[in-house]
Design a protein around this ligand. Structure first.
Ligand code: HPA
Length: 289
């Protein structure tokens, strides 16, 4: 199967979605492991199963629902992905990141990516939310890069810079909204690995030495492709477990633990996202008038 999509194919997916919703979303939202329930808050929702959208892969992980929910959240018109695609599921990187380009073709200008992550920074606790400031793209560095293959100049350049991937104004907005809610946000560097196994203790110690604060199996390919396509990116990691750096530790990380922690974090993350979306919607209206 050819997984290097053409502009026509991205447009086929974008047109299908726009033909099946009353809304014209401005903001894309990707809901990570255990965070799907957030989409239940979306008003006037139009839902579209991934399976119906041309060229869309179908998500296979428990905790990832597999549909788009398009509607209003805090006054903002959002296109939320209830479930994302991961490299470890067997998809090509171009499939993992396809929704970013499709959203760009739909007219989306900003994406908010969320994920579940293991905390590496010793100051992090389960339940914390980390604003991603920068990333180490181990997969991309090793060759599994979503921008590999013929470049589509309509999206962005062959050799993109990535130092401004995570949009400063959105990171500042997240911090401002959190402070108003009495929520302390962490911030730091996210390391993306393939998974599906959790990291070995030696890998955890290596990641710490390399300057990573959190580790996970998603987000960076999407952020890279979104940034390449000119979208503003905000990425939030929910710390669902603390990385285990000792071989003989009594406990071990599990997906159930990740999902359970997600349930605790969802109300906090929901409040934060609603606050951020409210500000973005207000800003949009200010610009329009
Ligand atoms: N490692 C990788 N991915 C994860 C983790 C982790 O500890 N927790 C949630 N996603």
């Amino acid at each position: 199967m050819n997984t290097e999509f053409t502009l026509t194919q991205y447009d086929e997916a974008a047109h299908y979605i726009l033909n099946h919703t009353r809304h014209r979303p401005a903001i894309g939202l990707v809901l990570g492991s255990g965070l799907s329930s957030l989409a239940d808050q979306i008003e006037d929702a139009d839902t579209i199963d991934y399976g119906a959208i041309p060229h869309f892969p179908v998500s296979t992980v428990p905790g990832h629902t597999g549909r788009l929910v398009i509607g209003r959240l805090a006054g903002a018109v959002v296109c939320a992905m209830q479930g994302r695609f991961h490299y470890y599921e067997g998809y090509a990187m171009q499939q993992v990141t396809l929704p970013m380009r499709v959203m760009q073709r739909m007219g989306v200008g900003q994406v908010i990516l969320t994920n579940a992550a293991g905390g590496l920074n010793p100051d992090f606790h389960v339940g914390d939310i980390m604003v991603i400031e920068d990333a180490i793209n181990f997969l991309g560095m090793a060759g599994a890069n979503p921008l590999r293959g013929p470049n589509l100049d309509e999206f962005g350049p062959r050799f993109p810079a990535v130092n401004r991937t995570f949009t400063k104004s959105l990171r500042e907005l997240a911090r401002k909204v959190a402070a108003a809610q009495g929520l302390t946000l962490q911030h730091g560097v996210y390391a993306s690995l393939s998974g599906p196994n959790f990291e070995s203790p030696a890998e955890i110690r290596m990641l710490r030495v390399l300057g990573a604060d959190a580790v996970g199996m998603s987000t960076v390919p999407e952020a890279l492709v979104a940034h390449h396509a000119g979208l503003q990116v905000l990425a939030l990691s929910t710390i669902t477990n603390v990385a285990i750096a000792e071989v003989d530790a009594a406990n071990e990380p599990t997906h159930d633990e990740v999902i359970d922690a997600g349930k605790v974090i969802v109300p906090r993350l929901t409040a934060l996202l609603i606050g951020i979306l409210g500000e973005l919607a207000m800003h949009d209206k200010g610009n329009a008038s």
